[in-house]
Design a binder for this molecule. Structure first.
Ligand SMILES: [Zn+2]
Length: 204
């Protein structure tokens, strides 16, 4: 764990705040048990295995810490792969995204989303929220009818972690009142170039 991510000179080595990593671990431990989470920790390859503590709640990831996006990627890989044995990957991502948003947004901002926000204001706010939780990179989102298209550029990361991060926007759109939100298309460059996600929902 390191602090001061803003001092990173190499923008390809981004960090994510623990507050968006920990809900994924808590969800997994709740759904599959603490032993399964400990197995995730021991399955990690060096150097990431040394960054977590098997047996600790959420493997010792703390909400206020900053962690390499590649550590979060290794965790997401292991968790989504393990969860996909007994549920669809889409269902796992949806559950993780919902828990991430519900935990990381304070009660006040969640209420604001529920009462005032539209998909358009959520799209306009995307970059602000991005900077709360990621040390590098940028995202831009636009709405056309009942579709949101988002393009992100960020540090080196894995496809499953990219999908987990994107899954949070499903929950945000649900909180603005959209129904039947789903990810229609997701392409991940791993940080080599841009990543894109298209989400759709039922027209009102
Ligand atoms: Zn990606």
């Amino acid at each position: 764990m390191e602090t001061d991510p803003q001092w990173e000179g190499d923008t390809r080595r981004g960090k994510a705040k623990g507050v968006i990593i920990r809900p994924m671990l808590d969800w997994f431990a709740h759904a599959f048990g603490p032993d399964a989470l400990a197995e995730v920790a021991t399955s990690l390859e060096a150097p990431w295995r040394d960054e977590v503590v098997a047996g600790r709640p959420a493997l010792g990831i703390v909400p206020t810490g900053w962690y390499d996006e590649r550590l979060a990627s290794a965790l997401a890989d292991a968790i989504v792969t393990r969860a996909s044995r007994t549920m669809t990957e889409a269902d796992a991502l949806r559950a993780i995204g919902a828990m991430t948003v519900d935990r990381s947004l304070g009660r006040v901002s969640r209420a604001a989303l529920e009462w005032f926000a539209s998909p358009d204001t959520a799209a306009v706010s995307a970059q602000m929220f991005w900077r709360f939780y990621h040390s590098t990179g940028s995202i831009s989102a636009s709405i056309a009818g009942s579709t949101m298209h988002a393009v992100g550029n960020w540090g080196l990361h894995g496809e499953k972690w990219c999908a987990v991060v994107g899954a949070s926007s499903v929950r945000v759109l649900e909180l603005t009142g959209c129904r039947d939100v789903h990810v229609q298309r997701h392409t991940c460059s791993g940080g080599e170039s841009s990543c894109e996600m298209t989400l759709r929902w039922s027209p009102r």
